[in-house]
Design a protein around this ligand. Sequence first.
Ligand code: GTP
Ligand code: MG
Length: 195
Amino acid sequence: MSGRFRFIKSATQLQECPSDPMPEIAVLGRSNAGKSSLINAWTGSALAKISAKPGKTRLINFFESKAYRLVDFPGYGYSARSGDEQASWAGMIEPVLGARENFRAALILVDCRREVADEERLLVNFLKQRGLPVGIVLTKVDKLNRAEADKVKRASASITGVDHVALVSSQNKTGLVELEEFVFQNWIQTSGSTR
Ligand code: GTP
Ligand code: MG
């Protein structure tokens, strides 16, 4: 399927992003949601940097396989300096998400122990306005039992209006193969841009 991934480059603005038309999946979500961990579990590598401290990823990082790229974004909602952080997140991310034709879809990651909040609803609306399909990925499900996880999944779907909600644990590697297959079949293999 996707094969091996390698790190291509980091960017802070549109002009620094790769300029070829390879399909990309944006990996978004609040700081500490587990974006970089998911990319490492997905790619079977330690390519992305992980930290217990929120705000680890400061740049937009591109990881590439033969078929597509996973794009690791800095997190939003980093609580210290939240006003500034939010403004700089929007300032860096929105032009890239809004203007790049490469993105086939976006995954919004949410720690399964947190309620999906206004931040995610706003982000879903922003992405949908730009014609990008959205999937919600509830992370760290090793922290919940099955019934609790299913409840969070249903609530997340109904709050955001997003149909595709996945439950994953990067730590235990649960849900990853299903997520990867879903993304590949629905958003990569199907040819052409959706926008
Ligand atoms: P930023 O780069 O700050 O935006 O964070 P991020 O979303 O990339 O999160 P990151 O992958 O760095 O992980 C944040 C913390 O969550 C780390 O302490 C990880 O070890 C932990 N974590 C990530 N995935 C899992 C998981 O599946 N289970 C558990 N229990 N912890 C996880
Ligand atoms: Mg990160």
